[in-house]
Write a protein of this length. Structure first.
Length: 351
């Protein structure tokens, strides 16, 4: 009986050891050899404890794996309760705060002055009925202004929330650079003295600037794009020039210094010079033509006037040459002899 009681005490002690996390399975080996209910209890207890240890090991490994994943994520992750207290953060967020993850735990949102927009967003979200929300915020990290897209999701029946922050600074800067570039392009497009246009392959204008409309005698770009439905037939004085233009574009993908005559809105004819390139993708699919047109009518008129001056000068030079040649001939002995014979013949006729 004494031995039985001692073994019962071992089972009781084992239960206490489990509670204190110091249980050794071997301590119940002797009791587990019994064939009675006490032995069965010891064996069940051993299996239960082993199962519990296995589950704890699996949980520890899963937690370690999750921690590794969260720390590997190139974004900021945090867990915050409804009181606005950090329950945990990943390594990336802690580094942004120049702290260790464990030093962030327990801090309130307002503790980090550089995260004021984040604190305002989370305070509003945690006190709302929303279960999920997102917002772009600005933060100061190591004296540098950065932009983050924050996504928040509640859990534990709304008593806590997890947040994920993605650094979108490069994207924001690229968007700003693109916006500035577009504004600059639009300014150049609107204020350029040369005509700038985009058109389709089959001769429809997609876009024209004010100078383009003015060159062709239209009051506005909108009027020109509405009125000119087919460039080749409505603008080109010589349709063959449009065909030449198309052949060059198909062969070279661009034309430079292409001169031709066009009709203005009132029917007046002017000369223009065009520089155009084809815009498409890497597979050769054409999107549109993009080009610049200059009114060269005055230049062509000056060229024609210069050509006429040269022609007139050539005629004058030819006349002067002929005068000199005649003068040279009259000074020769042969000419004088002929002239004397003619004078003699006239003298004989008089008698």
């Amino acid at each position: 009986m004494l031995k039985y009681l001692q073994q019962v005490e071992k089972v009781t002690a084992a239960a206490a050891a489990v509670e204190n996390d110091c249980f050794e399975s071997d301590s119940l080996n002797e009791v587990a050899t019994r064939s009675d209910e006490l032995g069965q209890l010891a064996r069940v207890f051993q299996r239960m404890v082993q199962t519990l240890k296995d589950r704890e090991q699996e949980l520890s490994e899963a937690k370690e794996q999750l921690e590794a994943v969260l720390n590997a994520v190139p974004g900021s992750i945090s867990w915050i309760n409804t009181n606005g207290v950090y329950l945990g953060v990943n390594k990336h967020l802690a580094e942004n705060l120049n702290l260790l993850p464990e030093n962030v735990n327990g801090q309130k949102l307002e503790f980090f002055k550089s995260q004021s927009q984040f604190a305002q967003f989370m305070s509003k979200f945690l006190s709302s009925q929303q279960t999920a929300a997102s917002q772009e915020i600005e933060v100061q990290i190591n004296n540098s202004r950065r932009y983050y897209l924050i996504a928040a999701q509640k859990y534990q029946q709304g008593n806590a929330a997890v947040t994920v922050g993605i650094d979108i600074t490069d994207r924001k800067r690229a968007q700003e650079a693109l916006r500035i570039a577009e504004e600059n392009y639009r300014s150049i497009f609107e204020n350029a003295l040369d005509g700038i246009f985009q058109s389709t392959f089959d001769g429809h204008y997609i876009n024209v600037n004010p100078a383009m409309a003015q060159i062709h005698g239209y009051d506005s770009p909108q009027e020109m794009m509405v009125t000119v439905a087919e460039i080749g037939s409505q603008l080109y004085v010589e349709p063959s020039c449009r065909q030449d233009f198309q052949r060059l574009m198909e062969a070279q993908g661009e034309v430079k210094g292409f001169e031709y005559q066009v009709y203005q809105r009132d029917g007046n004819i002017i000369w223009v010079e065009e520089n155009t390139r084809a815009v498409g993708d890497t597979n050769g699919n054409l999107f549109y033509y993009e080009g610049i047109i200059q009114d060269i009518t005055k230049r062509k008129q000056e060229e024609d006037a210069l050509k006429q001056q040269v022609q007139d000068l050539r005629i004058e030079i030819d006349q002067q040459k002929r005068v000199c040649q005649v003068a040279a001939i009259t000074q020769t002995d042969y000419f004088r002899e002929i002239q004397a014979q003619i004078e003699s013949m006239r003298f004989d006729e008089d008698f």
